[in-house]
Ligand binder design. Structure first.
Ligand code: CMP
Length: 141
C-alpha cells in the first residue's frame, strides 16, 4: 500500500468541483486517510513548493495557490502515486483535454497554472508533502 497527497486547487474549489473530484478517487478504489479545507499563507505555499523555487513560474504558482481555499486529502492504495498522477492527467489542462479527456485536469482545469489539482509526483515528494499538511493524529490508521 502506498500513500499520496492531493490538493484540490483554488480554481476547482471555487468552481464547486471538490465533491466530484473526491468521488472520482473513491470510485477508483482509493481509501481517504485524511482531509482538510484551508487557505495557504504565502510562506506556507513557498515552502510547500520549494522544489520549484528557481522556476520562472514560482511566484505565479505561489500567488495562485494562496488565492483561495484548497482541500487536501491523503489517499491510500496500491501504486497510489502513479495511479493518481494518471487519473489527474498532464500538468497543462489544454494538453490533458487532447491526450486524456477523462482526466481531472481535462475536466476541471484551465491551463498550465490553473490546473485544478496537485498530486505528489514521487515517493520522495509524498514523504515531504503529507507531513507538511497533516499531523500523524489527523491520519486515520
Ligand atoms: P503541481 O502538480 O501542483 O506542481 C507544480 C505546479 O507548477 C504545477 O502543478 C502547475 O500548476 C505549475 N506549473 C508548471 N508549469 C507551469 C507554467 N509553465 N506556468 C505556470 N504554472 C506552472
Amino acid at each position: 500500500m502506498e500513500r499520496t497527497l492531493i490538493i484540490i486547487k483554488p480554481d476547482a474549489f471555487q468552481k464547486g468541483a471538490t465533491g466530484k473530484i473526491i468521488d472520482r478517487f473513491i470510485e477508483e478504489g482509493f481509501r481517504i486517510l485524511a482531509m482538510k479545507l484551508f487557505r495557504f499563507s504565502k510562506e506556507q505555499a513557498e515552502k510547500f513548493y520549494i522544489v520549484h523555487k528557481d522556476r520562472p513560474f514560482y511566484s505565479e504558482l505561489v500567488e495562485f495557490m494562496t488565492s483561495g481555499p484548497v482541500v487536501a486529502c491523503v489517499l491510500e492504495g496500491e501504486n497510489a502515486i502513479k495511479r493518481v498522477r494518471d487519473i489527474i492527467g498532464p500538468t497543462d489542462s489544454e494538453e490533458a483535454r487532447r491526450v486524456a479527456p477523462s482526466s481531472i485536469r481535462a475536466l476541471f482545469g484551465t491551463d498550465k497554472g490553473k490546473n485544478a489539482i496537485h498530486a505528489s509526483d514521487s515517493k520522495e515528494s509524498a514523504d515531504y508533502e503529507i507531513p507538511f499538511i497533516f499531523s500523524r493524529l489527523e491520519l486515520v490508521e
